[in-house]
Design a protein around this ligand. Structure first.
Ligand code: SAM
Ligand code: DTB
Ligand code: SF4
Length: 330
């Protein structure tokens, strides 16, 4: 097999174990982004096949268990109390209602149930309710995931003991771009929670959003930040910004779809052993674009017609797409 010199010049080989794993520089990540599209997707697909079944895609269902009214100012978010997004606020759901939704998700073929709350972080009383949700969803035989904002004290340990499999906490964007997007908490705060989750023995789900005006070097830097963690996250959601009217990013320029595919491919190359999740923004993507993302190494999606506050493809559309592509759920 022959490769172009551009392709050969970029070292994409994963090291055998985490401690010996190579660290990436932003320049190296940018060089991957700059490869000819076909070379980049080929390298990503090759590493994907070395590490995963390329025809299998994991599916998680999301549920917003507490919606809107959030104290934080994340510029992309429909749920910040600071922006007039017209969102109906909802207080923390009852445990039984959440478990019913999880049961429905399992019946539709979802393997993981992810519960999201619009909090800076959970208070003690709220934690009790969330812990009960985790216990009961786990008892259905599903994997559990929550995203509750920043954790403190022994909250991560409590979640572990309740049976939590994954905690989603995104670094969201490049370190250099962070305070252009969020000012009410810092990236250091986020990293601290990720450390707590890791130390409690919970799988880390952490990724970010692209299409916020960060530029290619911002996207490269976001991925470097994730790939260079002591242990890269087990699950890496790559969200394409869903522009929400009323937020500061309502009119952000849309990312070239091929640049989105490139981001997936670079994530796959830099984190060959992680699940790369094709996350927010799928509703706005054609089936063909999604297929390119799977080809570039995405192997996980959110499944079910709703993300947190915005639409996601109907399960039927995904079933049809999986059948057309010969993809199997994990
Ligand atoms: N409040 C918690 C937090 O911020 O970690 C959990 C919920 S928050 C909505 C979860 C993630 O959703 C964010 O970190 C962000 O990456 C993603 N997200 C939120 N709004 C989005 C949007 N409009 N488009 C794309 N991704 C978005
Ligand atoms: C993640 O990275 N993406 C999901 C999940 N983690 C919680 C959330 C996407 C939210 C998209 C906008 C919305 O529906 O409000
Ligand atoms: Fe709140 Fe999370 Fe939205 Fe930020 S992303 S405003 S912390 S719900």
């Amino acid at each position: 097999m022959t490769m172009t010199s551009a392709c050969r010049n970029v070292d994409t080989q994963p090291a055998a174990n985490a401690s010996a794993r190579r660290k990436w520089s932003v320049v190296e990540a940018e060089a991957l982004f700059e490869l000819p599209f076909m070379d980049l997707v080929f390298r990503a697909q090759q590493l994907h096949r070395e590490n995963f079944d390329a025809n299998a895609v994991q599916r998680s269902t999301l549920l917003s268990i507490k919606t809107g009214g959030c104290s934080e100012d994340c510029s992309y978010c429909s749920q910040s109390a600071r922006y007039k997004t017209g969102l109906d606020r909802q207080q923390l759901m009852a445990v039984a209602e959440v478990v019913e939704k999880a049961r429905e998700a399992k019946a539709k073929g979802s393997s993981r149930f992810c519960m999201g709350a619009a909090w800076k972080g959970p208070k003690e009383r709220e934690m009790e309710t969330v812990l009960a949700m985790v216990r009961e969803v786990k008892a259905l035989g599903m994997e559990t995931c929550v995203t509750l904002g920043m954790l403190k004290g022994d909250q991560a340990q409590q979640l572990k003991e309740a049976g939590l499999d994954y905690y989603n906490h995104n670094v969201d964007t490049a370190p250099e771009y962070y305070d252009k997007v969020i000012t009410t908490h810092s990236l250091a705060d986020r990293l601290d929670t990720i450390d707590q989750v890791r130390n409690a023995g919970i799988n880390v789900c952490s990724g970010g959003i692209v299409g916020m005006g960060e530029g290619r070097s911002g996207r490269a830097s976001l991925l470097v930040q994730l790939a260079n963690m002591d242990r890269p996250p087990e699950s890496v959601p790559i969200n394409n910004l869903v522009a929400i009217p009323g937020t500061p990013l309502a009119d952000a320029e849309k990312l070239d779809p091929f640049e989105f595919v490139r981001t997936i491919a670079v994530a796959r190359i830099m984190m060959p052993g992680s699940f790369v999740r094709l996350s927010a923004g799928r509703e706005q993507m054609s089936d063909e674009l999604q297929a390119l993302c799977f080809m570039a190494g995405a192997n996980s999606i959110f499944y079910g017609n709703r993300l947190l506050t915005t639409d996601n493809p109907e399960a039927d559309r995904d079933e049809t797409l999986f059948a057309r592509l010969g993809l199997r759920p994990i």
